[in-house]
Design a protein around this ligand. Structure first.
Ligand SMILES: *Cc1c(COP(=O)(O)O)cnc(C)c1O
Length: 232
C-alpha cells in the first residue's frame, strides 16, 4: 500500500511542479511517519524515500536505531525545551521553532555538543489559537535575534495550514508565507538563508507547491490514516 500511495503522491507532485514551471528537484517530499511502525517506514525507504518527519522526540529516539543510517529525520512537531538536548544531533532540520526561548535552548545545547543546528521558524499564518508558531508581524524580529546565535542556522519558514475541505482555501496562507520568506531573504541577514519553505500536507500539498513550497510533509497520503490516539 505504501508503495502505491507513494507512486500516486509522486505523480501529484510532478503535476504541480510542471503546472507551476518549477523543477522536481526543488521540492523535497517528507514522509510523515508519526505513529507508524518501523516496518512501514522501511517500505517507504525501499521505495526511495530518505526524508521522514516525526512530531515526538521519543518516537525519533525509538525508531532511528532500527532503521538505516542514511535516513534524514525531520522534527516537525512542537518541541519542549527539556527534549532539545536529546534530539538536536538526531535530526537534519527542526521545522518547528516557535519561540525565541526555544531557539536559546537549542543554541545552548548545540554549543555544548559543538554542533550546528538547522532550523525553520514556524509561523502561525492563519492565526489559529490551537496552533504554535510566531505571528506574522513577529517573524522578522525573531529572525534577527536568532540569527545572532552562533550554533543555529535559519534555513527558512514553516507553517501548518488549517484543515480545510478544499485546498484552494489555503492558497492565500501559502502565498503569505512565501512573500514573507522572500521579504526576509532580501534583507541578507548573516546566518540566514531562507531557501526552505516547509508547507503543504496531505490535503493541500499540490496547492503549496504551486505557491512555492520546497518541502511538503505528507503523512496520511502515504501511510494511511492514523488512530485517534496518535492524532496531533
Ligand atoms: C501530522 C503532520 C503532518 C502530516 O499530516 P497529513 O495530513 O497526515 O499529511 C504534517 N505536518 C505536521 C507538522 C504534522 O504534525
Amino acid at each position: 500500500m505504501v508503495q502505491e500511495n507513494l507512486r500516486y503522491v509522486e505523480q501529484q507532485i510532478e503535476d504541480s511542479v510542471k503546472k507551476s514551471g518549477r523543477n522536481r528537484e526543488e521540492v523535497t517530499l517528507i514522509a510523515v511517519s508519526k505513529t507508524k511502525p518501523a516496518e512501514m517506514i522501511r517500505e517507504a525507504y525501499e521505495a526511495g524515500i530518505r526524508d521522514f518527519g516525526e512530531n515526538k522526540v521519543q518516537e525519533i529516539l525509538e525508531k532511528k536505531p532500527m532503521l538505516p543510517d542514511d535516513i534524514r529525520w525531520h522534527m516537525i512537531g512542537h518541541l519542549q525545551k527539556n527534549k532539545v538536548r536529546q534530539v538536536i544531533d538526531k535530526v537534519v532540520l527542526i521545522h518547528s521553532v516557535d519561540s525565541v526561548s526555544l531557539a536559546e535552548q537549542i543554541e545552548k545545547e548545540a554549543a555544548k555538543k559543538g554542533i550546528y543546528v538547522d532550523i525553520l521558524l514556524e509561523v502561525n499564518v492563519a492565526e489559529e489559537e490551537s496552533k504554535f508558531g510566531f505571528h506574522m508581524p513577529e517573524v522578522e524580529e525573531a529572525v534577527q535575534t536568532i540569527a545572532a546565535m552562533p550554533h543555529i542556522r535559519i534555513k527558512g519558514l514553516m507553517t501548518i495550514a488549517p484543515f480545510v475541505e478544499n485546498s484552494e482555501e489555503n492558497r492565500g496562507i501559502f502565498k503569505k508565507l512565501y512573500d514573507l520568506c522572500v521579504d526576509i531573504k532580501s534583507k541578507n541577514i548573516d546566518n540566514v538563508s531562507m531557501n526552505v519553505l516547509s508547507m503543504g500536507m496531505t490535503g493541500d500539498y499540490q496547492t503549496a507547491i504551486e505557491e512555492g513550497a520546497t518541502m511538503v510533509r505528507v503523512g496520511t497520503g502515504i501511510f494511511g490514516s492514523r488512530t485517534k490516539m496518535g492524532e496531533n
